[in-house]
Design a protein around this ligand. Structure first.
Ligand SMILES: *[C@@H]1O[C@H](CO)[C@@H](O)[C@H](O)[C@H]1NC(C)=O
Ligand SMILES: *[C@@H]1O[C@H](CO)[C@@H](O)[C@H](O)[C@H]1NC(C)=O
Ligand SMILES: *[C@@H]1O[C@H](CO)[C@@H](O)[C@H](O)[C@H]1NC(C)=O
Ligand SMILES: *[C@@H]1O[C@H](CO)[C@@H](O)[C@H](O)[C@H]1NC(C)=O
Ligand SMILES: *[C@@H]1O[C@H](CO)[C@@H](O)[C@H](O)[C@H]1NC(C)=O
Ligand SMILES: *[C@@H]1O[C@H](CO)[C@@H](O)[C@H](O)[C@H]1NC(C)=O
Length: 415
């Protein structure tokens, strides 16, 4: 496991401070969750999400959350070689038939194969001896922009057989389009960053409901108007990756209005969603339907976005909800490293069967750990203020006179 995994422990062990920071998941748990993820991720969107989760967890200097990640180095250090991420890219490109523009042929989904595209672009950028990655990435972009069905408003469909919009698309395609543009540079690159932003805006026009949450699926031959927790997570987390790609690109200053809109659109989802958090920290599968069941997957993904948005905005008012969700997720991982109490990612509206696990749920745990690690490190460095709110439940604390809960916890290394 890469050394970065233990850096959270180091930061925390050197910090005896007034803090709401907790220790995060142990390295052992994360290692098991990661092993299980790699063992069961097989569908296009699962592989794309796994690649992103592994990048953020193990190779954070290459992830768009790092200010100096764009462009990545042309040659990776042997200690920072992103081998598991690049393996997903290599396996995908090797399996792709030559006549398929999409990275995964005949997938049915338009966006999902593109989710692997970020890893393919990284492979192209860091291996100049093999042109197959660049060709595959440009074919995938061509498919999205010029072949896939669109709505009348110009939104690229999530399905290849009809024009239908799914919240899931936001995590699958715009982050790839934006990363492609950021690496390309020049006018064409800027135009791709603009396209990624516009697609999000067109999707939001259709999927956002009055209370700020997004419906899952609209248009086409059938719909899912529920405020699916994972769908809202896909939308918020996808917008966040595009936002980070834009602000870390060389043309960030051309996109100030777009960046500000994206931040507001993400905040709108998370601030609404947490209003429905159950006492034990979970969100329900349909966020605002009390008859729905608890879903740890969507909870983990939205908590990860909440930690990262606190770093972005310096507003820590939602951290207590994320901390409560973090505890719930810790309690939902069994002794073999499987996240329990997930929604079945293929039905959207039933819990996972007792003997099956959610590949995307496994990835969301890694995204949560990475987001928490970066949040904790930002707090430790003073860049993000300590959470000032009173409802956090993950560590010991006392109420002081002015009502702010101040926590003095000796944070010890967990291993
Ligand atoms: C970002 O990555 C660079 C290496 O490219 C590294 O030096 C730096 O520490 C990273 N920044 C953060 C905040 O992790
Ligand atoms: C692939 O990498 C090369 C640089 O090594 C770059 O010139 C080219 O634009 C890249 N292709 C894509 C699709 O990003
Ligand atoms: C920009 O895009 C246009 C149209 O797709 C293409 O003809 C042109 O070669 C591109 N320019 C660069 C510098 O890649
Ligand atoms: C958390 O609370 C929800 C809603 O009250 C409940 O359905 C769920 O079973 C609880 N989860 C755990 C792990 O206790
Ligand atoms: C906590 O800080 C944020 C950002 O500074 C502020 O918007 C919020 O009102 C504060 N909350 C409390 C309870 O003081
Ligand atoms: C509340 O108390 C904390 C800790 O004693 C202090 O840092 C903070 O400035 C106080 N806030 C106000 C509004 O008095």
């Amino acid at each position: 496991m890469a050394p970065v995994l233990s850096s959270l422990g180091l930061i925390l062990s050197s910090l005896e401070a007034i803090s709401t920071l907790h220790a995060g998941f142990s390295d052992d748990v994360i290692q098991q969750v990661r092993t299980n993820l790699i063992a069961i991720a097989s569908q296009s969107w699962e592989l794309g999400t796994a690649a992103e989760a592994l990048t953020e967890l193990e190779w954070p200097s290459l992830s768009v959350f790092n200010a100096s990640s764009i462009p990545p180095p042309h040659v990776l250090d042997s200690s920072d070689d992103a081998s598991d991420v690049l393996k997903i890219a290599t396996d995908t490109v090797n399996a792709k038939p030559g006549d398929s523009l999409a990275l995964v042929a005949n997938d049915g989904a338009v966006g999902d194969p593109a989710s692997i595209g970020v890893a393919v672009l990284l492979a192209n950028w860091t291996d100049s001896s093999d042109t197959s990655y660049g060709t595959a990435a440009s074919g995938q972009l061509d498919y999205l922009l010029n072949v896939a069905p669109r709505t009348d408003s110009g939104a690229i469909s999530q399905r290849s057989d009809q024009a239908q919009l799914w919240a899931d698309f936001i995590y699958m395609a715009p982050p790839f389009i934006a990363y492609y543009g950021a690496l390309q540079g020049g006018d064409n690159g800027t135009s791709l960053l603009q396209t990624a932003y516009e697609q999000i805006s067109l999707y939001r026009d259709v999927l956002r409901d009055d209370n700020g949450l997004w419906r899952h699926i609209a248009l086409g031959s059938w719909q899912d108007a529920t405020h699916w927790a994972t769908g809202n997570g896909w939308a918020a987390a996808g917008m966040l990756r595009v936002l980070e790609t834009i602000v870390h690109s060389p043309v960030a200053s051309d996109f100030e209005d777009s960046s500000s809109n994206l931040a507001q659109w993400i905040q709108e989802i998370i601030s609404t969603a947490w209003q429905y958090q159950a006492d034990n920290g979970t969100l329900l599968n349909t966020i605002d339907d009390l008859s729905s069941f608890a879903d740890s997957s969507g909870t983990a993904l939205l908590a990860s976005v909440t930690y990262r948005m606190a770093v972005y905005t310096k507003d820590t008012s939602l951290i207590p909800y994320a901390d409560k969700a973090f505890t719930l997720i810790q309690n939902s991982i069994d002794s073999n490293g499987w996240l329990r109490n997930t929604v079945d990612p293929e039905t959207f509206d039933t819990p996972s069967a007792a003997n099956s696990a959610s590949p995307e749920g496994q990835a969301f745990v890694l995204l949560l750990q990475s987001a928490y690690r970066d949040y904790a490190s930002s707090v430790a460095s003073g860049a993000t203020p300590i959470s000032n709110s009173t409802s956090s439940g993950t560590s010991d604390g006392d109420d002081d006179d002015n009502g702010t809960l101040v926590r003095r916890c000796r944070l010890v290394r967990h291993k």
